[in-house]
Design a protein around this ligand. Structure first.
Ligand code: PHE
Length: 460
């Protein structure tokens, strides 16, 4: 029996769910560092241009494809392509999302573990040099990260089984405001630390001398990952939008929320890094920034004020956890909706299938920091292979195909009708949008892709 198809119950619920997908680990552990390394505000400006030229057109298209068909991503492209070859774009999206969820869940588990360590004051009195070992011995342990991964995916699973309105929407409506409040509290604490102004300057004064072609490419890649584009997450969520949802406006709102949270994350991280006199080039990136440098920064920034260290670090890891969770839910939903609709499976059963596959592959990713570290795929452990393969290859290919499909293949009349809610809304930007989808996005993504594959290095 196929479950009856639900919609989001409110516009704000739809926006918060999509924003929950977009705001994730990418905003907090990647954006601030990439911004710092690429000239602060100079990078932010380039990033915003990428969102305008590339992110928004593709997001609007993904929304449109989902809402028009009211089907899961694979079904949506199958319907719109009349079962032709373009149906593979949707299937590719489902595959990509499923893959991302496996390694994303591992990091989600780490954020839970670090929330727990912060809550139990485990970092109290730990020396700066010891944080590396703490993370190392945790992530390489065969059991602990696996248990946290199982817990993280189980929470995702429970939200998904409750359905679109009582699960995803309700959860986003509670968690997204919590996320904004925590982010705001942390920003205020961090920027009021002594010496914080150097950190603010580091982010806000544009340093155009650091801008290279690599900067533009990083900005594009970041915009893509951060806005959850290229794999059908937003298409799936939009299949639960009702006919009155304004697609372009929703896309603008989601992009603004995502960018604001990313910039705020910079204001949490750098003022405290400068406060303890650390060089921003020394803090590392990704996991080493978040799980090795920052616990130390939070301890030292509030020396003599143990309560503040405790609450700051607890709130920070809890923030990461919520951000990761709402993104993981959106990834899970892509695969669950696919199994429900394409294999006529009840939602609960479909969610069990998705969760089980994720757990098996996720455990392999998790163990690749310990017992399975010997298994190498193209010189990477399993975790990094999943991460790089999905982020560097599948997402750009997906994004490029989506822009080509919506710019060249999809009927323009249909596009315009859907975009204007059957003529209710004015769409003066329609031609520009089509131009961006036809020419700008495919060419830009193609360049990023070739660069990532090392072609330009090779030519040099
Ligand atoms: N946008 C999320 C982040 O910033 C990651 C994500 C990518 C989520 C693709 C869903 C789909 O972390």
């Amino acid at each position: 029996m196929e479950d009856k198809r639900e919609n989001f119950g409110s516009k704000i619920g739809a926006i918060l769910a999509a924003a929950g997908s977009a705001v994730g680990l990418g905003n907090i552990w990647r954006f601030p560092i990439v911004t710092g390394q690429n000239g602060g505000a100079a990078f932010i400006i380039i990033y915003i241009v990428c969102i305008l030229l590339l992110g928004l057109p593709i997001m609007i298209s993904e929304f449109l494809i989902g809402r028009h068909t009211h089907a899961n991503t694979a079904g949506a492209y199958r319907i719109l392509s009349n079962d032709g070859v373009w149906k593979w774009v949707g299937r590719l999206g489902v595959f990509t999302g499923w893959l991302i969820l496996c390694y994303y869940g591992v990091v989600g588990g780490w954020t839970l573990h670090y929330s727990f360590l912060s809550a139990t004051s485990a970092f109290n009195g730990v020396e700066a040099s010891e944080f590396g070992d703490i993370f190392e011995s945790f992530s390489s342990n065969p059991w602990m990260p696996t248990l946290w991964l199982v817990l993280f995916i189980s929470i995702t699973h429970i939200v998904i089984t409750r359905g679109v309105q009582s699960g995803i929407e309700k959860f986003s409506k509670v968690m997204m405001p919590v996320l904004f409040i925590i982010t705001a509290i942390l920003v205020v604490c961090s920027v009021s630390l002594p010496g914080a102004s150097a950190g603010i300057e580091y982010l806000l004064v544009p340093d155009w001398s650091k801008v290279t072609s690599g900067t533009v490419l990083s900005a594009m890649g970041q915009a893509f990952f951060s806005l959850s584009l290229g794999m059908g997450c937003l298409c799936t969520y939009a299949s639960y939008f009702d006919g009155g949802t304004k697609l372009a406006k929703t896309a603008v709102n989601v992009s603004i929320i995502d960018t604001i949270v990313a910039v705020m994350a910079g204001f949490i991280i750098f003022p405290s890094v400068f406060n303890i006199g650390m060089n921003p080039n020394e803090v590392g990136a990704g996991a080493s920034l978040i799980f090795i440098s920052l616990p130390n920064v939070f301890q030292q920034a509030f020396t003599g004020l143990p309560f503040l260290s405790w609450i700051f670090s607890l709130l920070f890891y809890f923030l990461l956890f919520i951000a990761a969770l709402t993104s993981a839910i959106s990834l899970h939903e892509v695969a669950t909706a696919f199994v429900v609709e394409e294999y006529h499976t009840p939602r609960r059963k479909a969610a069990v299938v998705v969760t089980s596959v994720c757990l098996v592959l996720g455990v392999l990713c998790s163990l690749s920091f310990g017992p399975l570290s010997g298994i190498q795929i193209f010189g990477r452990n399993i975790f990094s292979a999943f991460d790089d393969f999905s982020g560097m290859i599948l997402l750009p290919i997906g994004g490029m195909l989506i822009s080509i499909f919506s710019g060249w293949i999809l009927d323009k009349q249909l596009y315009k009708e859907e975009l204007s809610n059957q003529g209710d809304l004015k769409t003066p930007y329609f031609r520009m949008l089509v131009f961006a989808l036809r020419y700008i996005a495919p060419v830009a993504i193609g360049i990023v892709f070739l660069d990532m594959m090392g072609l330009f290095e090779f030519l040099k």
